[in-house]
Design a binder for this molecule. Structure first.
Ligand SMILES: *[C@@H]1O[C@H](CO)[C@@H](O)[C@H](O)[C@H]1NC(C)=O
Ligand SMILES: *[C@@H]1O[C@H](CO)[C@@H](O)[C@H](O)[C@H]1NC(C)=O
Ligand SMILES: *[C@@H]1O[C@H](CO)[C@@H](O)[C@H](O)[C@H]1NC(C)=O
Ligand SMILES: *[C@@H]1O[C@H](CO)[C@@H](O)[C@H](O)[C@H]1NC(C)=O
Length: 319
């Protein structure tokens, strides 16, 4: 006999399984058969190039109205949203490679995209507009790419994409049994602030060192990428997840603990030294190849960086 509680449990399980199935890409994306893939609305407005980078780091691209199905899907997503969405969202259609030559991120030329222009558009106002905005009524306009707008990221369905034991379709994350975390070494350098965004978009965070063992793991990972395999302004140190919050040597992890609370605060003699480039000091966290900590510039200078994620971080909302 199945009692009511058990029956509800089975229904919940079936529902959960089907939802999880459709959400195989990541929990924060919604599947739509109309566009044969997954989408995510970002309602915090940012510039077009940052939006492009954000989608890329999530493993997706900026959604474009590639055909009538996409146009309808975009209108529907926008119809159920409020606030800044009503001023239009960025599409992936842009002319940033060459002025006036519009293509979608996937490379579909404007002539193959079903555009209906808003009144007076496109006008390339001040000869300074290279990104296409999509309004909730389905019309489009060109705007300055430095304007801030919401946007939708899109992942086309692809059966050969599988989720690894790190709970991501990104095959560069590897599970480490000594900590139960997954790590990805980014050998293409970014500034610390960019790296923070990239790790977050990948479902993780800049690596937080919670023990000598974890420092050892990161040190071993760094050793797999000697200087000639790193593409960055500086090939050492590697950016990790701590920060000088008050710009007064109050070093805390990006999750708000002091380094000793977090479990690792091994600086070499003479560090942190707040070395200056002009007026620019070092407020961000790094780790030398030796495994010892260093302070690094947060902007301008690119370093390799290490992201850390829990295997279930992209599976469910509450993990
Ligand atoms: C949009 O705002 C209206 C009025 O403030 C509200 O009733 C509605 O629930 C909101 N819709 C969404 C999707 O947030
Ligand atoms: C184009 O826009 C950028 C950023 O908004 C601005 O710095 C630049 O002066 C503009 N150029 C022209 C020709 O208006
Ligand atoms: C669609 O929206 C744009 C931007 O708000 C507006 O300029 C245009 O008049 C609208 N077009 C129609 C047909 O409603
Ligand atoms: C599907 O994904 C694989 C692996 O990422 C890639 O090589 C392939 O080109 C993709 N296929 C399509 C149709 O996008």
């Amino acid at each position: 006999m199945v009692n009511l509680v058990q029956a509800l449990g089975i229904v919940a399980l079936l529902y959960h399984t089907s939802v999880a199935g459709r959400k195989i890409f990541r929990f924060d994306y919604t599947y739509s058969s109309d566009i044969d893939g997954w989408w995510k609305l970002h309602n915090i407005p940012i510039t077009w190039d940052l939006a492009r980078q954000q989608c890329l780091a999530e493993g997706a691209v900026l959604l474009s109205p590639l055909n009538e199905h996409y146009v309808m899907a975009m209108e529907m997503i926008m119809a159920t949203s409020n606030g800044s969405i009503q001023r239009g969202i960025y599409s992936g259609v842009h002319a940033t490679y060459s002025k006036g030559v519009y293509t979608s991120i996937e490379g579909v030329p404007l002539s193959k995209i079903p555009v209906s222009w808003a009144p007076g558009e496109p006008d390339n106002y001040n000869n300074n507009e290279s990104c296409l905005l999509f309004y909730s009524n389905g019309t489009m306009a060109d705007i300055n790419c430095n304007e801030v707008r919401p946007y939708i990221c899109y992942k086309k369905k692809n059966k050969s994409v599988v989720r690894s034991d790190c709970g991501t379709t990104d095959s560069q994350y590897h599970l480490e049994s000594r900590t139960g975390s997954c790590y990805k070494f980014h050998y293409m350098g970014q500034t610390w602030h960019q790296a923070y965004m990239t790790c977050a978009a990948e479902g993780g965070h800049l690596a937080i060192i919670n023990s000598a063992t974890e420092a050892q793991i990161l040190k071993e990972l760094f050793a797999k990428y000697p200087a000639n395999k790193v593409i960055a302004k500086y090939t050492e140190p590697v950016s990790v997840g701590f920060y000088d919050w008050n710009k007064d040597y109050t070093w805390v992890t990006i999750h708000g603990e002091t380094l000793s609370e977090a479990g690792y605060s091994n600086w070499p003699v003479g560090q942190p030294d707040n070395a200056k480039i002009g007026n620019l000091g070092q407020q961000c966290g790094g780790m030398f190849r030796s495994g010892l900590l260093d302070d690094v510039w947060c902007d301008i200078i690119t370093f390799p960086f290490i992201c850390e994620k829990k295997p279930d971080s992209l599976l469910y909302e509450n993990s």
